[in-house]
Design a protein around this ligand. Structure first.
Ligand code: FMN
Length: 188
């Protein structure tokens, strides 16, 4: 009897590699998907996260560049007349973009990063989403903030752009080292 149990146990061990072994093999395998990491950032915080995601995924980094850069006066949220305040108070504001254009058809998955402005994404991100045909693309939002969550901005993005396949968003306010595991899971 003891012998039968031992034989069964050894068969199980060899035919079924441990979960840990399997996970390592899966996680280490580079993704076949073509990845774009597009981000908007005025003071560099979101840019750092975007750079870490691009490094982790081997994706192409693309800066969403406004035609006219934001000055620090433009970013003054205490001033109701500042550029950012005026744009964010207007649902229809779509500031023009400059910078490079992209070939969106070359990518399967787009990580989309932005700072939270008034609980939403900055309007140039809307300009970007309306400039290209994102229908059917998988977009994974990520954001940085002074403490607000990403939830309100993602809710608005899903409502405005229902043809995009939105993945769960992620607030990346802590160390950029923490993006690693999340990013791998997100593109599995
Ligand atoms: C106009 C403006 C509005 C902002 N609104 C919010 C907000 O509603 N909630 C929040 O937590 N942080 C807010 N912030 C802080 C930014 O989200 C935060 O500093 C972000 O990390 C900046 O990213 P960046 O360096 O990539 O531009 C705001 C910043 C600006 C300039």
């Amino acid at each position: 009897m003891k012998q039968i149990v031992l034989i069964l146990m050894s068969l199980l061990t060899f035919s079924n590699p441990s979960k840990a072994q399997k996970q390592t093999a899966d996680t280490d395998r580079p993704s076949d998907k073509k990845i774009l990491v597009a981000y908007f950032s005025c003071t560099g915080t979101t840019e750092k996260v975007a750079t870490a995601i691009a490094k982790e995924t081997g994706g192409k980094l693309h800066r969403i560049t406004p035609a006219t850069a934001y000055t620090s006066a433009d970013l003054d949220w205490n001033d109701k007349a500042s550029r950012s305040s005026v744009e964010m108070a207007d649902d229809k504001s779509r500031p023009a973009l400059g910078g490079e254009t992209i070939e969106l058809k070359d990518y399967d998955v787009v990580f989309l990063g932005y700072p939270i402005w008034w609980d939403l994404c900055p309007r140039p991100v809307n300009t970007f989403l309306e400039k290209y045909d994102f229908a059917g693309k998988t977009v994974i939002p990520f954001a940085t903030s002074g403490g607000s969550s990403i939830t309100g901005s993602v809710k608005q993005l899903k409502r405005l752009y229902p043809k995009i396949e939105w993945e769960e968003g992620r607030l990346c306010n802590r160390s950029t080292k923490q993006v690693g595991d999340w990013v791998k899971q997100a593109i599995e």
